[in-house]
Design a protein around this ligand. Structure first.
Ligand code: SF4
Length: 250
């Protein structure tokens, strides 16, 4: 038996266990990208007319969802007046309206709306993480900024051990996710095709699915429709084995 002092010394030697809570905390405190941090703060101070009475989050936005998820959705970055305002990814903007309506139809989300933190939305069997956690000017993070942010996706990937399906929203999301796997030493083909509905076997039972991004550019033009998004989610569910009973049986 170790005495209390020895136990304290042993605990001090143990490497700190990572957790999704710890990743979220580190994301929210991150200041690695001066351009993005400045932009997020400026947007949060200036606001837009329709949200002028609201307090903006203005900080990096962490991932969100079920720690036991079999589906990981990889997005691009928070929107200036969406996630950067509400503090939750894909929340309070049109992209989120489209995404969560689809996830709700597929049984992954408890409700079709994602309005604000604390609105009751629960994800079951699904986790959402962007490749960049700060809202970028013109919705375009630079490759350097995405690279700086990759650590957080890598840590989430290591912690989300049940994931069997990855849904990449847009090519940048797909490339950012694959770059993270390569950095972790995973051998992958040099080029993987991005096309709506494309799927790639990543080994170890994990399949990568591609969808056009849920941005207004795609959903308002009809490039991405609820039907074509549902079709990809059906393939995801078929692979990940999800009946998403928890919400369906209520
Ligand atoms: S984009 Fe990522 S790495 Fe850059 S400041 Fe935001 S959280 Fe940090």
């Amino acid at each position: 038996m170790h005495g209390p002092r020895v136990r304290v010394a042993l605990l001090a030697c143990e490497p700190m266990r990572d957790s999704l809570v710890r990743v979220s905390r580190d994301v929210v405190a991150c200041e690695r990208c001066p351009r993005l941090r400045r932009h997020c703060r400026e947007v949060a101070e200036q606001k837009v007319k329709r949200f002028r009475d609201q307090e903006y989050w203005g900080r990096p936005v962490p991932g969100f969802g079920d720690p036991e998820a079999r589906l990981l959705v990889v997005g691009l970055a928070p929107a200036a007046h969406g996630g950067n305002r509400t503090g939750r990814i894909f929340t309070g903007d049109r992209s989120g309206d489209f995404l969560f309506a689809g996830l709700h139809r597929a049984g992954y989300a408890s409700q079709p709306e994602s309005i604000r933190r604390g609105d009751g939305l629960v994800l079951r069997d699904c986790y959402i993480a962007p490749v960049a956690r700060c809202a970028p000017p013109a919705n375009r993070p630079t490759p350097l900024e995405i690279g700086r942010c990759r650590e957080y996706l890598a840590r989430e990937w290591a912690l989300l051990s049940r994931v069997r399906a990855v849904l990449a929203l847009g090519r940048i999301g797909m490339d950012g996710f694959l770059a993270m796997l390569r950095e972790r030493g995973q051998r992958l083909p040099r080029r993987l095709e991005f096309a709506h509905g494309a799927a790639h076997d990543l080994g170890d039972g994990v399949q990568l699915f591609c969808s056009y991004h849920v941005s207004q550019q795609n959903t308002f033009t009809g490039r991405l429709t609820p039907q074509s998004f549902d079709a990809v989610l059906e393939e995801v569910k078929r692979h990940a084995g999800g009946s998403m009973r928890a919400f369906r049986e209520r």
